[in-house]
Ligand binder design. Structure first.
Ligand SMILES: *Cc1c(COP(=O)(O)O)cnc(C)c1O
Length: 387
């Protein structure tokens, strides 16, 4: 057993990120400014999006994207039960109603046949989540959207660097929302980005993110700006700071290297667990893609064990291995149990995954030795707890 605790995730922050933040602090320009602009430009170039809006979080991005497509009371939005609370809570915040469609049992992405079954006259949008960094089947989702006249917002919190049939997520014909929270593939501390091909949508999101002030409002304290400003609509305070973007500029340059390292570790896990009956390893989607490997999420076949998933995670902690939970299904949380009234058995694949899933350590700074420790500890916990 390892002596030191191995956390489930640690961000890779190096001297170039640190120096860039210090440079911002010393410059006297801390909040939204030239570095946010630089990060926005680099991000657009990386994902291949004509427009992008830097924000304080992906949650803020989901909120503004949903307002930009005009969601409100009486609308229904179809999304997946295997996501973080933010996806559904932002739907609720617009006044719309989240409708959950079941997942594919192997990839854990939303099932496109299940989406079709949930479409009603009230459906206004589809919000697929690229689970763990694997793309949803966007051709099918766009075809459904076209057939029924729906908007599409991609929750791409896991998907910076993900590719779908040769195209980067962020460059498709929808609004996509990225997260730079410390566990995500790149980090700005807290932070998010909305990418779109639609100029007026980008303009509106940009207005809403900062009090409804016109787009280049931050320049009003620069020599090229003027102190006067106009409020065009009642906005929010969702802007990204330069000290956040300072991290992002350098993180983005390292992203492909990070993904290569994550892929190496994930493939090692897949091979190591292939012969272990008690573990169902994550499956690849059947179409051309690049997996960004944000998470490594096997399912523990608890029916073969004397302990449940939560106990399994506790046993791993005793072995000094940290884990994460991505995710307990949305409809298993008290608020959504109460408000969505989903009948038992309605989302069987999500129920199955929700009770069995865990996230094993996966981050670029991990060594192969760390990954071997994880495999050994998982096998130890199984051996001690077989039925
Ligand atoms: C992390 C996450 C979010 C929220 O991202 P923040 O930047 O923390 O607001 C939204 N959706 C999913 C699927 C996530 O994993």
């Amino acid at each position: 057993m390892r002596k030191e605790f191995l956390p489930f995730s640690i961000p890779t922050i190096e001297d170039d990120e640190i120096n860039e933040v210090v440079d911002s602090l010393r410059s006297g320009w801390i909040t939204t400014g030239p570095k946010v602009k630089r990060f926005e430009e680099a991000f657009k170039a990386y994902v291949g999006a004509p427009y992008a809006v830097p924000l304080s979080s992906a949650t803020a991005g989901l909120h503004l994207a949903m307002l930009a497509i005009g969601l409100g009371a009486g609308d229904e939005v179809i999304t997946t039960p295997m996501t973080f609370a933010a996806t559904v809570s932002m739907i609720v915040q617009t006044g719309a109603r989240p409708v959950l469609a079941d997942i594919d049992p192997d990839t854990l992405n939303i099932n496109t046949d299940a989406i079709r079954e949930k479409i009603t006259g009230k459906t206004k949008a589809l919000v697929p989540v690229h689970f763990a960094g694997q793309p949803c089947d966007m051709d099918v989702i766009f075809a459904l959207a076209k057939e029924f006249g729906l908007a599409v917002i991609e929750d791409a919190a896991h998907a910076i660097g993900t590719e779908y049939k040769g195209q980067r997520i962020g460059s498709l014909e929808s609004i996509s929302v990225f997260s730079f929270h410390p566990i995500k593939n790149i980090t700005t501390g807290e932070g998010g980005m909305v990418a779109t091909r639609n100029e007026s949508q980008a303009e509106e999101i940009s207005l809403m993110k900062f009090h409804g002030m016109s787009r280049e409002a931050w320049k009003r304290y620069e020599s090229s700006g003027t102190p006067n400003y106009d409020i065009m609509l009642p906005g929010f305070k969702y802007n990204m700071m330069d000290i956040q973007a300072a991290l992002g500029i350098h993180q983005l340059g390292k992203l492909d290297g990070f993904i290569a390292k994550r892929t190496e570790i994930a493939e090692f896990y897949n091979t190591a667990f292939a012969e272990v009956d008690e573990i169902k390893t994550p499956a690849h989607v059947p179409y051309d893609h690049r997996h960004a490997w944000h998470l490594y999420t096997p399912l523990i076949r608890i029916e073969k064990l004397a302990i449940d998933r939560d106990r399994f995670m506790e046993e791993l902690k005793k072995e000094n291995i940290g884990t994460g939970l991505h995710f307990k299904a949305v409809h298993h949380h008290p608020y959504y149990r109460k408000t969505l009234n989903i009948p038992p058995g309605e989302l069987p694949n999500a129920d199955y995954a929700s009770d069995r899933i865990l996230s094993l350590p996966l981050f670029p700074k991990m060594s192969m030795g760390d990954a071997m420790d994880v495999v050994e500890s998982v096998k130890n916990v199984i051996a001690r707890n077989r039925k």
